[in-house]
Design a protein around this ligand. Structure first.
Ligand code: NA7
Length: 566
């Protein structure tokens, strides 16, 4: 292990390259550099830290999880010194938090900003990675760690004829100018009504001259019921953080709440109604995640919640024609990522807001003045916003030319969809680690990220302590994990409709299992149990002579930073 980076001519030699300075990259750099004393070369395409929370600065961008658990849990002091202003923090507040973390742990000096990693190539002879970046640097590293996130830099803009000729401005929500955009008095069109479109539309409707929403498929959305943080509640949270995190780490989704343990049909209709009413009143993700255990995989159970959400949504949309357009009939509640909103459906009652239902009237083409519809109607626009989502999970990886053993390209390897073991490593790419890579859990992402960062740093520490040169997932372990991920996805209603969860939102992208839909707490336990069991399913070169579990115990005993390996 080198204490500091060595410069050898044009090539910088480090222990690890970390790509991305969002939640994942910052914590990874902290573990490797500040805790383990390794040299790190970090790269980030944005001018500062934040990752997805830097790029997604469109009006209304807000987190759908409670701020007090959408943060790092690894440092008690950090938890105590940061106070969230409300239930669901806005993008700017999360960005300030990440800036604070970067400053507090002095992390910015480990990153080159406004620098894109073009390629990462593994050399079979030297067993090291050569990484080339847009600033002209070449890095030689033992470990190549992707902290590139699920959505960042993989914006999807559909190929609609005529965009080049559009006379107004157009923008993708994840590329919104940091300095903002003038909206007052303008004729604005928004294509896309996923989580992003819903947040944007709800926020800008009151500011623009006229807003036209182009909706392909409607989605279910439930009220967020955002509120500002009561100081006594925040104090209580701070006093109880250890218990809160314990609950989150063991829970199904990484949240401080769990389903109620019952199946929907165990209760009478009246009891179910009372359960749904109480959670609807609370609002947010809790409505979806804290009621019955079987809503996402049992159709009969799900039909009760879908009917409830439909009914409550109808109350929000007085116009029966709009109801037909705005309430989904092609998928059930929770078959797509749940959207939470603040007065979204209510915006359609404004005189300056129109909905174009693309199922009945598709877009014909974009013309210099705006959008021409299939019925010949012209919607005049000054600004066209694409809230059309992302080439999620694999897109950010395939932006980089990553080549493993025998020059295999990741793009070729993942031609039919991504393959990975635990979402951490993929066969053929030794010493390449993915933080929340394909087939890892979703849920409360900062906690999933912490789980992976701690697992990866534990594995690297183990390797360094015992002279191990390379680690690589075995083909058998990867195959078994993929089968388990596929089985879990097949049971879930999430596989029943097209969405970015299974890659089907991108034309030509193979439909595949991008995420593991199993229980987060059990997945987390499994990851650390595998480490304890001598990194079952991972092959080391050279293989440690003594049994791996014994070595882990040794490393743990020598480690004064508890929680690194387990
Ligand atoms: P999503 O959830 O993928 O939503 C994209 C939206 O764009 C969705 O309404 C799509 O319609 C629509 N879309 C995509 N392509 C087209 C075309 N060609 N024409 C019209 N409409 C189109 O992305 P978001 O950014 O909202 O959210 C992604 C995640 O970010 C979110 O889940 C959070 O985790 C944060 P569709 O419904 O597919 O018919």
């Amino acid at each position: 292990m080198t204490e500091r980076a060595e410069s050898t001519g044009a090539v910088r030699t480090v222990d690890a390259v970390v790509v991305g300075a969002g939640f994942a990259g910052l914590y990874m750099a902290h573990r490797l550099r500040n805790v383990m004393g390794m040299s790190v070369a970090g790269f980030e395409a944005a001018p500062t830290v934040g990752g997805t929370w830097y790029w997604n600065c469109y009006p209304g961008a807000r987190c759908d999880s409670d701020g007090y658990i959408y943060c790092y849990s690894f440092d008690e002091q950090l938890l105590q010194e940061w106070t969230w202003s409300g239930k669901y923090p806005m993008q700017a507040e999360i960005l300030s938090y990440l800036e604070h973390v970067a400053d507090r742990f002095d992390l910015k000096r480990s990153f080159e900003f406004e620098t894109f990693v073009h390629s990462a190539v593994y050399d079979d002879e030297t067993e090291r990675w050569t990484v080339k970046a847009s600033n002209g640097e070449t890095i030689d590293a033992k470990y190549f760690i992707s902290a590139i996130g699920t959505l960042t830099l993989a914006r999807y803009v559909p190929n609609i004829p005529g965009l080049d000729e559009f006379g107004g401005e157009w923008v993708h929500t994840a590329n919104w100018p940091q300095c903002g955009m003038p909206l007052g008095g303008r004729k604005v069109g928004v294509i896309g009504t996923g989580s992003t479109g819903v947040q944007l539309i709800s926020t800008i409707a009151k500011d623009v001259g006229h807003l036209t929403v182009f909706q392909r498929r409607p989605q279910f959305s439930i009220p967020a019921r955002h509120e500002t943080m009561d100081p006594t509640v925040m104090a209580d949270i701070k006093a109880n953080y250890p218990t809160i995190w314990e609950t989150c780490r063991a829970s199904a989704g990484g949240f401080p709440f769990e389903h109620n343990g019952r199946r929907a049909m165990d209760d009478t209709e009246l009891e179910r109604r009372a359960t749904y009413d109480a959670l609807w009143q609370e609002g947010g993700m809790k409505f979806a995640l804290a009621s019955y255990r079987d809503l996402t995989y049992n159709r009969e159970a799900n039909s009760t919640v879908t009917a409830y959400v439909r009914e409550r949504t109808e109350e929000r949309i007085p116009d029966p024609n709009l109801r037909k357009s705005l309430i989904p009939d092609d998928h059930v509640f929770m078959a797509r990522r749940v959207i939470i909103d603040t007065n979204y459906f209510e915006q359609y009652q404004r005189d300056n807001v129109d909905l174009v239902d693309l199922r009945t009237t598709p877009i014909a083409r974009i013309v210099p003045q705006g959008i021409e519809l299939s019925d010949g109607r012209l919607v005049e626009l000054d600004l066209l916003v694409f809230a059309t989502g992302f080439d999620a999970m694999t897109g950010p990886f395939l932006n980089i030319d990553i080549r493993g053993r025998e020059d295999i390209s990741l793009k070729a390897q993942w031609g039919d969809g991504p393959h990975a073991y635990l979402g951490i490593q993929t066969v053929g790419f030794p010493n390449m680690f993915m933080i929340t890579g394909p087939t890892s859990t979703m849920g409360n992402l900062p906690l999933s990220i912490e789980t992976h960062v701690e697992w990866i740093s534990g594995c690297i520490e183990f390797m360094e302590a015992h002279g191990v040169r390379t680690v690589e997932a075995t083909a058998t372990a990867q195959k078994e994990w993929s089968e388990h991920v596929t089985e879990t996805m097949a049971k879930s209603l999430l596989s029943s409709t097209n969405s970015w969860y299974n890659g089907s939102n991108i034309p030509g992208k193979p439909k595949s299992n991008l995420f593991y839909l199993g229980h987060f707490g059990r997945y987390r336990e499994l990851c650390f149990e595998i480490a304890h069991d001598g990194y079952r399913g991972f092959a080391f070169t050279p293989n440690p002579v003594r049994s791996a579990p014994a070595l882990i115990e040794e490393a743990m005993a020598a480690d004064d930073e508890p929680g690194m390996l387990i």
